[in-house]
Structures are given as C-alpha cells and as structure tokens.
Design a protein around this ligand. Structure first.
Ligand code: AMP
Length: 511
C-alpha cells in the first residue's frame, strides 16, 4: 500500500470539519486496506508505531528531526528557527519552507517517499486520536461501536482489534484480557468534596490515596510481570515483590500503587531511584524499601473480572492476595456516613498518604477511561503568590500565544528567584489578553521567550514543594497551576523563600 494512499486521506480529513465526513473517509480507507496492512494503518492513524500495550516508542527526538529536515534542504538554522517561531509547530514550519522553494534549493524533492512526507503524515495523524478511529473501524466493518470499544479496552491494540473486526467480527464480544499484556489503567476525576461520592452513588467505597506509582501485576502460572502505567516492565527492579507474588497459587491481574515506605511513606522521588533500575538492584532493595497496596483484581484463573462490580472484585481480592511484609491490600470502607468518610480522610493524611479515592461500589472496571465512577480527593492545595518573570510562546493551538510562564519567589537577599514554570490554568481568553499585556511589558526577547517586567502577580497552586537543583533557589513546585491572577497584589507582596521553606517542612512532617 502506498504511503500516498494514506496521506491523501489525511489531507481530505484535514480539509473537512465535519466529524461524520471524517469518519466516513477513514472508514472507506480501512475497507480498502489489505488485511495484513490494516493493523499498521490503524497504528499510524493513532499517531503510533506500536500497539498501545507496548512501551516501545519511536524515540525520534527534536534534534534528529531538525537534522533530517536539514539533510533534505539547504535551509539555514536561522530560517528554520524563524519558520518554527512563526507557527510554534514544526509541521507547519516545514510546509512553509517547502512552499518557498524559490529561496531554498531542495536536494530530494523528486523522491517518491521522503522524510518530510512521512513526517507530515505522522503529524497529521494526531488529528485522529480520541474516539474517531474506533467509530471509523466500526463503520468500515459494520460492527457495533460499543462492542468494538470494549474489545479495544481489553486488548489495548487498535490494530489487532481492527483486524478481528474485519476477519472474525463475531468473536469481538468474547475477547478477553491477555495475561502479560498491559491493560490501560482506569482513571479518576477530581472530587470537590467528600460528599460528592454520596451524591453520585449513594453508598461510596473509600480507599486511601497513596502517592506513588501505579503498577499492574500479571501472574500467569509461574511468570510474574509488573508494568507501570506507561506499560514499561519493571519486574527486574522489584525482586522482593516478584518473590512474594510467585508464592501465590493463582493466575491473576491486580491493580496497585507502590510507594517508598520505611515505617511511614517516604517522598515520591525515592521511588524513581528504584523503578526501572537494572543495576545494583539488591543494594537498592535494601536502601529504598517499598510497599505495594493492591486495590483491584481484574482477572483470576482464566476469568476476566472487569465486568464484575467493584465490591465483588474487592471480596475476591481478599481471598487471593495474602498480605506480606511489603504487600498489603488497600484498606477500604463502604459507607453512607459523611462522618465516617471524614475520619477516613483524616486518617489518610495522618498516616502520610495523599487523600482518598471515592469509588462507586457497583462500578465495572473501564480500562483507559477517566470518569466519575472513581473520584480522587486531596486536601485543599496550598498556594503561593508569585510574580511572572519570563513568558514563552506555547505549542500547537497555543503557538501564537504567550502561554508558558516562569514564576519567581523573593529570595533572602530580596531578589526575584524563579521557582516554577506552568503551562496552563488560565482560560483561552485570559491567555489572549495576557499575551497582549506581556508584549507591552517585555524587556528582552530571545527567540520565543520574553523577559518581562515583574509586575504580574499570580496565585499558583501546586502538588508539593520539592528540593531541586533545577532552580538556583534550591526548590521547585511540583505540578504548578495558575489559580488566578492577583491584580490586587504588587511584586512587593509576593511570597518569600521563607514561606516556601515553611510549607516544605510542613509537608515533610506529614509524610
Ligand atoms: P492522580 O494521579 O492525582 O490523577 O490520581 C490518580 C492516581 O492515584 C491513580 O492513577 C493511582 O496511581 C493513584 N492511586 C493511589 N491510591 C489509589 C487507589 N486507592 N485507587 C486508585 N488509584 C490510586
């Protein structure tokens, strides 16, 4: 199949804003795609090269892409940067360069399959993420969309599922989990308060929310495989868990959270030193002990449980996983009582955990879905008032907007010291207005970056404060987000490094 057949459809898809027309165009392409090529076409349409369950990536970095463009054109660095700055998007920049052929001599333009064609193709693909491809496959092979979605959930491989839809559509409803192949985790929405669970599902199931890394553990007879949320296998770095799990006389798939733990939960960064480690594993098993909290059972001895209500999955879980020194079943309560929920929340914080998860006891497990069947609740985040010192153009849709801000705190000498950078938090209209405002107070421009007069004070929310060498001040905010612009505050009123340290100490005490 010629790459051109695919890119033509990308062009047509790009040319219409009608979702139905897009689906019809892709469906027609899929119908005429030979079955051996169908999975590849589906991966490409998703902007991928490998199935979703695979941790393999293309790993084509920015500099390789620039080098590739320079290899087929005689364009200078400056021209390319100028074109990129115009759009904030490499695809559009390359398009511009190729349109200006008179100015630039091309060395490879007559080749039938070129780097730029492939690259443009891969960029366009991104437009087909989301549900659109699933709808096109369902339409192409006349299968029920919900059945197809479910099949994709359990298989995490859109190419494989498309091929089954084409060749054996009647087997789609009975497709099941494959042990050893990562399943995409079910995700939670944020709850505003503890009562939200009761409003949504009467009785609610509360668990502690552990601040670590999501893991799924697949045990297929003797074989134990542990995967991260990104589908990377990390079994080698966790030999003590593998040894415990090997003892369990069942085949299963469990969903869990791992945290660094020595008498109490330790800082999340410790975990990074352990996960994915391939060398000096034994030494780090001793140095950084971990605890695994298992909170869900998705498959047991040949039977998928994702269509079984959570409350029943929880019952079964207890009978399968015996607690060990480093493995525990996550504590849970099912209640209607606001008082009991509040006690659970406070207990979680007292024990050094992050908050609570509030789950619908009757919910089914929806791999890869973020929804309101699971809610997460953390204490009201602390905020800091900081001043914007650097602004940058964003990327993609925000390429022409100054949407990325660096914030500074006041250090001990009274100087402004950067401590965080945030990309989001403001509404599009506000960002547009702020773009004009910041251009007016810009002191210097370096490419896509502007140093601005330190006059805009913002209230910044964050996950936590970390010690960090990223900024000279020695701290960085984790997950910073702008809560609101404080037009009522001046730069003299921003928070100081002392406040940052105070919050950091408080955080440490509670963990
Ligand atoms: P967040 O990362 O803030 O979106 O919160 C969701 C994440 O919390 C999940 O992806 C898990 O990694 C983690 N988590 C911690 N405890 C639990 C729990 N009891 N149930 C489900 N997820 C949990």
């Amino acid at each position: 199949m010629l790459l051109q057949d695919l890119t033509e459809v990308y062009e047509q898809v790009r040319g219409t804003s009608s979702k139905l027309e897009k689906i019809a165009l892709v469906a027609e392409l899929l119908r005429t795609t030979p079955s051996e090529t169908l999975p590849l076409v589906c991966y490409l349409l998703r902007g991928r090269v490998f199935p979703e369950y695979s941790a393999q990536e293309l790993r084509l970095g920015w500099s390789s892409i620039l080098a590739a463009i320079r290899a087929v054109t005689t364009i200078t660095n400056e021209d390319l940067t100028a074109a990129y700055n115009k759009f904030g998007d490499l695809g559009s920049a390359v398009e511009l360069i190729f349109e200006q052929k008179t100015k630039i001599s091309m060395s490879l333009v007559s080749e039938p399959l070129t780097v730029e064609e492939c690259y443009t193709a891969l960029v366009k693909i991104a437009t087909l993420s989301g549900g659109l491809l699933e709808e096109a496959i369902a339409q192409a092979f006349s299968v029920n969309l919900e059945v197809l979605r479910k099949a994709y959930m359990v298989r995490s491989d859109i190419g494989e599922v498309a091929r089954i839809a084409q060749e054996q559509p009647e087997t789609l409803p009975s497709l099941s989990i494959v042990l050893g192949r990562p399943l995409r985790p079910m995700l939670a929405e944020t709850a505003d308060n503890l009562e939200e669970g009761f409003k949504r599902f009467d009785k609610a199931l509360f668990e502690y929310k552990y601040d670590g890394a999501r893991l799924s553990i697949h045990k297929d007879n003797e074989a134990v495989k542990i995967f991260t949320r990104e589908a990377a296998e990390v079994s080698t770095s966790l030999p003590e868990l593998v040894a415990d799990i090997k003892q369990i006389p069942h085949s299963f798939l469990v969903d869990c959270e791992i945290i660094p733990f020595e008498h109490s939960p330790k800082a999340f960064q410790e975990l990074i030193k352990r996960l994915r480690r391939k060398h000096r594993v034994a030494e780090f098993v001793r140095k950084i002990p971990v605890k695994l909290y298992v909170f869900d059972l998705l498959y047991l001895d040949g039977t998928s449980l994702i269509d079984t209500p959570l409350i029943n999955r929880r019952e079964r879980l207890k009978t399968v996983i015996p607690p060990t020194e480093q493995i525990e079943i996550a504590r849970c309560i099912v209640t209607k009582s606001g008082a009991k929920a509040r006690i659970m929340f406070q207990e979680s914080l007292d024990l050094g955990f992050e908050g609570v998860m509030i789950k619908n006891p009757h919910s089914l497990y929806m791999p890869g879905k973020r929804g309101f069947e699971w809610l997460k609740l953390k204490p009201e985040a602390e905020t800091l008032d900081l001043v914007v010192v650097v602004v940058e153009y964003g990327h993609g849709k925000r390429a022409n907007l100054l949407s990325d801000y660096t914030f500074a705190v006041r250090d001990r000498e009274g100087n402004l010291a950067p401590i965080a950078k945030a990309y989001c938090g403001l509404k599009d209209r506000e960002i547009e207005e702020m773009t004009q405002y910041f251009k007016g107070i810009a002191r210097e421009q370096h490419g896509r970056t502007f140093l601005v007069e330190p006059t805009v004070v913002v209230e910044v929310k964050f996950g936590e404060i970390q010690k960090s060498s990223l900024y000279e001040v020695g701290y960085a905010l984790r997950f910073p987000r702008i809560k609101r612009i404080r037009w009522d505050l001046s730069v003299d009123e921003i928070d100081s490094i002392e406040t940052v340290e105070k919050i950091f100490q408080r955080q440490k005490r509670s963990s």
